[in-house]
Design a protein around this ligand. Sequence first.
Ligand code: PLP
Length: 395
Amino acid sequence: MILPNKNYSNLKDSYLFYNIAQKVKAYSDKNPGKKLYRMGIGDVSLPLCDAVTEALHEAVCDQAKKESFHGYMPECGAPFLRDAIAKHYNKRGVNIASDEVFVSSGASDELGDILDLFDKSSPALVIEPAYPAYVDANVMAGREIVHLASGRENGFLPEPDDSIKADIIYICSPNNPTGAVFGRDKLKKWVDFANKNGAVILFDAAYEAFIEDTELPHSIFELDGARTCAIEICSLSKTAGFTGTRLGYTVIPKELKRDGMSFNEMWVRNRTTKTNGVSYIIQKGGAAVFTDEGQRQIHRNIGIYKNNAKVLMSALDKTGLWYCGGKNAPYIWLKCPDNMDSWTFFDYLLNEIQVVGTPGEGFGACGEGYFRFSTFASPEDTAEAARRLCSLLEK
Ligand code: PLP
């Protein structure tokens, strides 16, 4: 008899989004006419920009002609896209070569697949509250997980200390769900810690395009020492509306080696074995994101989400509730009022003002008592949700 991977039985029920959906459905069944204001969604609401859709259309036409047809693409990514991404880093003063860039179908896929590079006995550190996939991917792999709680006292940006024993370190900055962003000095402490201990940082930069404060790093490779201890995982999902189109990229520097083995070379071997590349059409659409016009257009869309953030933040300012995020990230993380737990606050907002958010407890135990709003809804819904929040909670 085939034996299943028993690690799956150690997964906690992923009840966060299921529970939300159930509660929302029960409310809507009881109140059929009531419109809901969905401030919980992590999906984007704006379509792909013109530069991208034009490139996608052209690529479809290429596939219709013998002279320009593409079959299998190179497993690690089309040279035109790897070059465009490397140049994008170079323009920001970060020295990345094209063959250090690996094109992927999105950050989620990479966050799970990349664990193939590490020995099963290497414990993984997850800074919580955290994007749930970090924990689950490691539970499936049977890896020990070290949970590091963060909180208001450190701005949800904890520092390393010598009591931490972990070989893989997840850092998500800008953070989902807290919206907190590591500054250079604090991030450098993690880089130094990883180099000192031989650990590898998996730096999730899915939200880097939302950073507006110029002193904050978009990439861990802006810091000295990162090339010997970090892998950066990026996504065009939120940057350019590719949640349903699927495209991301991973940067693995050639200097990143442990025990004489190069993680860049190992990943080439992994990709050439386990993938047949990302579709030519999608990669063409992705390359358009890195043109000057593409950058202008995606930042116009990001500006709309940032405006949503401002609207929500100004409502929260009036309520007097504590919050962080929103400025350099598409998430706002707030303290529930009157010591409410996060599910009670969820029910309260749903029942009283039909606003749906995400309870912080779903991102780890230290998220209890907090709540996440996303800024990806339409400006109209966001404005109405903000108005309702103010009238319910204004002091
Ligand atoms: N990393 C973080 C922190 C995310 O919040 C998300 C999606 O919400 C992802 C990765 C996954 O992105 P992708 O759509 O590229 O799989």
